[in-house]
Design a protein around this ligand. Sequence first.
Ligand SMILES: [Zn+2]
Ligand SMILES: [Zn+2]
Length: 331
Amino acid sequence: MKALTVERPGTVRLLDVPIPTCGPDEVLIRVQASGVCGTDVHIYRGEYLGEYPIVPGHESAGVVEAVGPEVSEFRPGDEVAFEPNISCGYCRACLEHRENFCRRWRGIGVTVPGSMAEYVVAPQRNVFSTAGFAAEIACFMEPLSCVLHGIERARVRLGDRVLILGAGPIGLLLLQTARLRGISSATVLERNESRLDLAGRMGADRLVRDFDGLDTDSYDLVIDATGSIPVLERAIEYVRYGGTILFFGVAPSGERMRIEPFLIFRKGLTIVSSYTSLRNSFQAIALLRTGAVNVTRLISHRLPLDEFERGVELIERGGEDVGKVVILPHE
Ligand SMILES: [Zn+2]
Ligand SMILES: [Zn+2]
């Protein structure tokens, strides 16, 4: 099979490798669609936890090709997606239902071969049925799961006035899911005109290109979906007294921001983060299946496997027409 391999940061090769075999409780999936995520970009650039060489890709969907002898829930031909985080089930974090912080964590597409290949293997308990909807929609199960975890962490309440910073694919998923929670207004800040436009069509009430003109101390919840330090530094000004800030966007590892701790105290702020997901896949699938969350409009590019690097460059450049880039390994 063809497998796109990041040999070391910045160096990618399309290799011919044997189709992996599945262990007793594993599922072999023929990958139909694999979204390029910011994490893949970080792995490509050497800015993440990845071990090299690695086949990236962790947001994907496909069809079951084969199953191990102990797999009871899936059969060849089933349409599925998988959670990339493999937890051990018996460390303290796992036993306290914080599997996303498993001490023996492994990540498909991060530490074990991922889905930027024609086939990928996942443990049965990471696999979910996505029967009845297209793979390019089902491959959003993973990013949507992370977004749902963030929405849970932020404790979004009925009637909240929400400010969302950034309207890339993740910002737009945060917007849609916050709306489903019954917020009263959504303001979206984004420099890119076409993304801002899309935010308007996906339920934002107010669209702004920068902070000028926004009222300070006025949002119950500010959600950052940029990971940009200069943006994060300003979030505190706009959240109301007693409000919440959700740090969702991934800031560059090792970078620092300047904040005035007195303001956090004086405003009684709650600052929360969100790390991957915590078994939110069934919720994500239900929302994708009914179309309650629309992802089709987020996809801007569908590329074959050998154009992965072009996909990364498109995301990094972040031009007007770039949304979600999806790789179709069998095209
Ligand atoms: Zn991702
Ligand atoms: Zn564990």
